[in-house]
Design a protein around this ligand. Structure first.
Ligand code: FUL
Length: 484
């Protein structure tokens, strides 16, 4: 009897030791660089809206010269709650507003210029569009971001150090008086002809040196340390290299910024793909407009992108591991036009219908191997709906595959993959296969995954999906697989 008892207790002890070992396998070491907490939150936002609105909305131009009279700015029905609710209902998580575009007109009452909303008839000179939009964002659960054009075709001192002081004071106003700002957008278009206080001339600046960005960014960070800076070259978010809504099919969040500066010609391709050995985490943002122009033009009412086109852009931006920044410009009434509202609704419905039932939720998943055979990194972590758990392989393994059982045969059209980017971006090449009888048939392949990759398949009937990681910078991780 006592022998039996001791055998049982040795057995229990051994099971406990084994269990402890399995659950205490160390996570993979991070592959540097990795995103900051603020960048991670930004990746998770996935889609934000851009709002281009200023005197151009009233002059029917794309780039104002800087000599526009503030008197023309009078949106008599401006309703920032309409902007925020339409955009929130479409799924956007934040709004970035052109507080000042290249023409220099300021949508807020700035203490440093008279070329602003205070000099306009809007609300009898007591209006503040920046405040209205920032407040509406907060009321409707959206984050607020600002665009402040570095190029100013109105300002008399543009091109001299005095203008840089002016620009910094304006940033100080925006970052002090309007609550939290999640993203600051620095436009690369710079220098050229303009009004410049009546001089009507061409002013060229050296994009590398004129703005002395490091000092400006330090000032902004001293006011709001968590803000993310967008420009061609980052430092927090980079341009994707085009305005057509097309993120890189190969899309590294990493890039080496040494030789980059905002507005540098010929860097589109590099910005589009990033580089696998990049020294900094500077993810690409895909910015495009729902209309041909960035500002509202009545002549473009019939040219608003279709819901199907927006769906395609969703796949080439968010579906390629980028964040989408879609511009929706209000009209001269100060409202998002009925046509854009209708398109956004239909687009949302299309997205909801397509990504409605995830066939992989809690599905049984097996892998050819997983890290230390620890439950912490088991393959079912990709179907548990928890973004903080992930499948990983052992350190010396840069390949691996996961099979997901769907139960019955289903028609599959989309597969969504996500890496656990907190530990760095790793995957260089992967494929997706479906099971047909005893065979696995390859239906999609790609290079990078990153925060998210959405693969559109020719609809196929199957009862299991295989995700194969074929090449990676280090042991791969996957936090999520969805099947639709
Ligand atoms: C460009 C600008 O010149 C356009 O007017 C627009 O603001 C776009 C988002 O960026 O560089």
């Amino acid at each position: 009897m006592s022998k039996l008892l001791s055998t049982i207790s040795v057995g229990i002890f051994a099971t406990l030791v084994l269990f402890a070992c399995r659950t205490h396998v160390a996570p993979p070491e991070a592959v540097l660089p990795v995103p900051t907490e603020a960048q991670l939150r930004w990746h998770e936002m996935e889609m934000n809206a851009f709002i281009h609105f200023t005197t151009n909305t009233f002059t029917d131009r794309e780039w104002g010269l800087g000599n526009e009279k503030p008197e023309i700015f009078n949106p008599t029905q401006l309703n920032a709650d309409q902007w925020a609710t339409v955009l929130r209902d479409a799924g956007f998580k934040g709004i970035i507003l052109t507080c000042k575009h290249h023409d220099g007109f300021c949508l807020w009452p700035s203490a440093h210029t008279e070329h602003d909303v205070q000099s306009s008839p809007y609300k009898g000179g007591n209006g503040d569009v920046v405040r209205e939009v920032a407040d509406a964002c907060r009321r409707h659960g959206l984050k607020f971001g600002v665009y402040l054009s570095p190029w100013d075709r109105n300002h008399p001192a543009y091109g001299t150090p005095e203008y840089i002081q002016y620009y910094r004071e304006q940033l100080r106003e925006l970052f002090t008086n309007y609550g939290d700002i999640f993203e600051m957008w620095f436009d690369g278009a710079n220098g050229g002809d303009g009004y410049y206080g009546g001089k009507h001339e061409i002013r060229r600046i050296d994009g590398r040196t004129y703005y002395d960005w490091p000092t400006t960014l330090d000032l902004v960070r001293s006011l709001q340390p968590d803000v993310l800076f967008f420009s061609d070259a980052g430092p927090s978010i980079r341009w994707c290299g085009n305005e057509q809504g097309i993120g890189g099919e190969t899309n590294w969040n990493t890039i080496t910024p040494d030789t980059l500066y905002p507005g540098k010609p010929g860097i589109g391709d590099l910005l589009n793909t990033g580089s696998p050995d990049g020294t900094h985490w500077i993810p690409a943002e895909v910015n495009t407009s729902i209309r041909p122009g960035w500002f509202y033009h009545a002549s473009e009412d019939s040219l608003v992108k279709t819901p199907e086109k927006l769906f395609e852009i969703y796949l080439t931006s968010i579906g390629r591991g980028s964040t989408l920044l879609l511009n929706v410009p209000p009209d001269p009434r100060g409202l998002i036009h009925e046509r854009d509202v209708a398109v956004l609704k239909e687009w949302r419905a299309l997205l909801d219908k397509t990504f409605n039932i995830n066939l992989a939720t809690n599905a049984k998943a097996t892998a050819d191997h997983y890290r230390g055979r620890s439950d912490l990194y088991a393959p079912d972590k990709v179907t548990d709906g928890d973004k903080d758990t992930y499948w990983a392989t052992d350190d010396n393994q840069t390949q691996g595959q996961i099979d997901i059982e769907l139960g019955e045969r289903k028609t599959v059209s989309y597969v969504v993959l996500q890496e656990y980017i907190r530990l760095g971006q790793r995957v260089k090449r992967f494929s997706v296969s479906v099971r047909k009888g005893d065979e696995w048939i390859r239906v999609a392949e790609g290079t990078t995954i990153g925060y998210k990759r959405i693969l559109q398949l020719d609809p196929v009937e199957t009862n299991a999906i295989r995700v194969s990681i074929e090449e990676a910078k280090a042991c791969p991780t996957l936090s999520n697989v969805e099947v639709y």
